[in-house]
Design a protein around this ligand. Sequence first.
Ligand code: ASP
Ligand code: MG
Length: 463
Amino acid sequence: MKRKPIVVKFGGSNMKTSRDIRLIVDVIKRYETPLIVVVSALYGLTDRLAGTVRSVKDDAGLIVRLRQFLLEAKRDIVEQFISDPAKIKAVMDKLSVRAGELERYLKAIHLLGQTPEFAEDLILSYGERLSSSLLESLLKAEGLDCEEVLPEDMGLVTDGEFKNASIDCAASRAAVRRRLGRNTIHVVPGFYGISPDGKVNLLGRGGSDYSAAAIARCVEAKSLDVWKDVDGFMSADPGSVPDARPVRRMSYREASELAYFGAKILHPRTMEPLAGTGIPIRVHNINDAGAGAVSLIEEAVPAGKGGVKSVASTDRIGVLHLDGPGLGTKPGVLAKAASALDAAGINIKSVITAQTAITILLSDTDLAPALKTLERLELATVASVKGGRDAALVAAVGEGMRRRHGILARITGVLADEGINIKIMASGPSEVAAYLVVRRSERRRAENAIHRALFRRRAKTAD
Ligand code: ASP
Ligand code: MG
């Protein structure tokens, strides 16, 4: 029987320096084929491309500077691997062709003086395209058999939305399987797919994890191996909770909730295409490559010892308050508000309602446009719409929350002891998560207190 492929993904934080690229190549060598390697852009490059698209209308000089930056960065990396000047030149020439395409699109925007919607997605995909081309050349220079395959060449089809598309796995499956069916190393740029009418669609910022998961589903991969430069999922962010410890096993649901609540290990959508496949996600730390997976994420895993596996937090939220004594008597207010926000492209993270108030949580960057949208609506029975940014969301996540009682009591109890006021609290919509909103300045203290209350002092792992 043919071996199932493994899909391996390397992110931008694993691509900062030429030493990082050496580590990636060494990791790839440890695997057997068939292997599908999904890569992100070099660290910071997508932001730089986005900045260039914004400003290139007025400043054509940006194009030359970007080209110089790109080719110098790549040359540095290439020279680590190849010493023969003729071979270096061949690799750089190949990269120049791709950089040249990017340059032409940017020039077109400069000449047009405007950016057509499709052009931004196309241009931002070049960060990943440059990585895949580079990696293919380096692997070949190391004597490995490999082939770069672009999403347009394998028919990785999206729903057609720009900037934040979804992959249509059912429509992509047959062609992707065929194109990635050889027993070799395929190198694929992440972060984008192709609309049914052939346009590049980005999959949302940080979306290479999601690309890799969609491809893993299409090819029925043995596993999805995500390589990071940190130690996988932890019971809290070790930067703010010194007592945090690793979480070795997690369910898809736990991992998605944690990702949505701010854990930066996986993109929140990574688990979406994997639902029902049972494909395990193995998170590795590249600085300890021999150690095996640091976190293993499976479709379903038993609840951990303490019920909760991790505490996550974010202050990238804004809170909208809709107040009105008659809210509870009038149907449709929430529907109208939600539709208007949707039409404005604003994503709602959570809604908590009472009879006289509706609270909507959203991303901090959406707060100002959301306020404007709702004010314009002039909703009957809504006396006032207010926005607040002095808020941080702290969440506790674990399969054990379904059945255990007393977890919420411990959380609220410890916050009361600390004198931290809970502004909003919700548990229930997700069976595996409870979250609360506190003042921004109290985020760290709340996180530490909750972690202390929920985890046994000396346990080595959190599950
Ligand atoms: N390079 C893209 C970004 O920065 C996608 C990714 O890194 O996953 O958003
Ligand atoms: Mg990422």
